[in-house]
Design a protein around this ligand. Structure first.
Ligand code: SF4
Ligand code: SF4
Length: 329
């Protein structure tokens, strides 16, 4: 990806692992419109919280929605047996819709663990290997080059990523630039969670903000509320060839999401809750990324926080991101 100049030239929303060349979302939103229409109509007759919570699963009723999926409860209300049945159904759906044999787990937060991430901006070279690894690990739609990570090319001296360029299309690194990857900051006070009308998104004990893709109604309030532009909307049924599907999946992270729901970085919880590192970190050729347990005084992430002058993006908002940045000097 160092020289992306050979990619096809089409516009890009910047929410992907491409070089600014992927196709934009469709102009019309067939699924989103029907969801919002249903919700709006129901809202006219019921209280907001009551109608949304009670009838969220209705909005999942599409051509490909089974009755089991239609009546599925909220993640937090599922018993172990019910979750096992849901996972069995999703596994079968992956086989039926994609021809893929997948394993879907439901790893829980580990007691005493709170995840944090740090990024050394002095050595990030803007290669986008992290974004590419996210694209593959998290079973993103292939044609749109979707990724949870955007890498901004920044002018030296500027710290405002909104003024950076996520669509650069030239060899990196450029001499007068530095590079700032941005993904979900796993805020301690996440506004995306506060605005969800159906509680389809929440913060887990280990600090990871998750989405129940089977409960999300696709209203996109959370996307609008996120000041880091870290949420992604699934505009189409994801297209992924069977042989490219990552079969190691979990319910709350990288299983293939339905069309019309919101998704986001989960710090690769299907890996990290099992003691592995996020895929983006493993793919980084420069060692710019540091991940670990903030509660462990011997962890590398704690060393970084205690020995480097770290900062967070948009600190003035008071959201307390658990994603930190630093320079060597
Ligand atoms: S960065 Fe955005 S999506 Fe992630 S927790 Fe914060 S507000 Fe939510
Ligand atoms: S964080 Fe690592 S992988 Fe991502 S752009 Fe920077 S150097 Fe590349």
């Amino acid at each position: 990806m160092n020289d992306p100049s050979t990619s096809p030239k089409t516009p890009c929303s910047g929410n992907c692992a491409c070089s600014g060349n992927s196709a934009p979302p469709p102009a019309d939103e067939p699924t989103g419109i029907s969801r919002r229409t249903v919700v709006k109509a129901l809202g006219a007759t019921l209280g907001v919280a009551a109608y949304a919570k009670a009838l969220a699963p209705l909005t999942e009723l599409t051509k490909e929605t089974s009755m089991d999926e239609f009546i599925q409860k909220h993640y937090k209300e599922l018993s172990k047996e019910e979750m096992a049945a849901v996972i069995q159904r999703l596994t079968q759906e992956a086989k039926d819709h994609y021809g893929a044999d997948v394993t879907i787990s439901d790893p829980q937060p580990v007691d005493g663990v709170k995840f944090g991430y740090a990024l050394n901006l002095s050595i990030c070279n803007g290669c986008r290997k992290c974004a590419e690894a996210c694209h593959l690990e998290n079973n993103h739609d292939r044609p749109s080059h979707q990724s949870y990570i955007r890498v901004f090319e920044m002018s030296k001296g500027s710290m405002d990523f909104e003024k950076g360029n996520a669509h650069y299309d030239h060899p990196v690194p450029q001499p007068d630039k530095y590079y700032m990857p941005v993904q979900c900051q796993q805020c301690e006070h996440p506004p995306c969670v506060d605005v969800c009308p159906v509680e389809a998104t929440w913060k887990e004990k280990d600090g990871v903000v998750v989405v129940d893709y089977n409960w999300c109604i696709g209203c996109r309030y959370c996307e609008a509320a996120c000041p880091y532009h870290a949420r992604r909307f699934n505009w189409t049924k994801p297209q992924i060839p069977a042989e490219e599907i990552n079969p190691n999946q979990s319910y709350l992270s990288n299983r293939i999401r339905p069309q019309g729901v919101m998704e986001k970085c989960t710090f690769c919880l299907h890996r990290t809750r099992e003691g592995r590192l996020p895929a983006c970190l493993e793919a980084c050729p420069t060692g710019a990324r540091v991940f670990g347990n903030l509660n462990d005084p011997n962890s590398e992430i704690r060393w970084v926080l205690e020995n480097k002058r770290v900062f967070v993006l948009k600190e003035e908002l008071g959201l307390k991101p658990q994603f930190f940045y630093f320079f060597d000097e």
